[in-house]
Design a protein around this ligand. Sequence first.
Ligand code: NDP
Length: 309
Amino acid sequence: MAGRILDGKKIGAAIRADAGEAARDFAGGGRPPGLAVVLVGDDPASAIYVRGKVRASRKAGIRSETHRLPADATAEALGARLDALNEDSGVDGILLQLPLPRGLDAGKFLARIRPDKDVDGFHPVNVGRLASGAPGPRPCTPAGILEMFRRKGVEVAGRRAVVVGRSNIVGKPLALLLLHAHATVTICHSRTRDLAALCSQADILCAAVGRAGLLGADAIRPGAVVVDVGMNRIVDETRVRELFGDRSRRLTRFRRHGYTLVGDVDPRAMRERASRYTPVPGGVGPLTIATLLSNTVELARARRAAGNG
Ligand code: NDP
């Protein structure tokens, strides 16, 4: 029997609506919540992500601004821009779009954002808060996944979760959030042996790797909940046929557009074996943007409560 879709678009829309209501409430106190997105360079994918984030925040009643710096911006120029935003009392959240152009060390600049304006939760202070379970902004993609579980009644406590991927942006914070929610967590990565065997023990399987269709039927326990974070652009028709079949609608759409987006889990195996799963596209992506909005409003409230905004 085919598994049920965890519809990220619908769940994301509900989270956005709640964030919009909270933003209106906040604005009643004098000014709307403010988000500043900093984009360095001209990577086309990053520009698309930034536009999407800014559009969604404006729709939710968050005052948002984009700060563009050229690809050859100096470390001093980027640092000065972040310092100015740190000082701007109308800005509650600062998002530094990654990746940065070569030569600019992301870790150094993420640490320059004030922790109380760190909307992505990547500042070392907030990483520490996450690790210790103290309150603070949580990285948007993992926090969105946990919020989806909460809203859709996916039980986490006591269940066995396997997270494939250990990046600071997704895998590691997701594993920590699952642990805080009382799952028994295994983290896998590129050096993991017997990956499929480990994954096949999971009640909740989360893939955040960046390899199209890496996890197949042998990695999915029948009835598992599968969250596919991977976003891989496929331009090879043979691969699309392998993953979706010769007569799939996806193949028709691929021929029209010349590419398609695929997750890290084999889509047919996921549909056949999982009890519930996030599709790609339309799964985790919309949750990430929605959580950015709720994080911004949360920061605005916390700053106002602390007398800073
Ligand atoms: P990274 O490249 O930073 O991390 C990938 C992780 O996967 C690493 O920990 C790596 O292991 C592991 N890995 C690589 N190859 C294998 C393998 N063969 N077997 C097991 N593990 C492997 O990626 P991100 O975490 O930033 O992103 C992961 C995916 O999620 C990407 O497709 C990205 O586009 C997508 N993404 C989607 C978002 C959304 O909103 N939908 C948001 C953010 C990311 P090791 O550490 O050993 O190198």
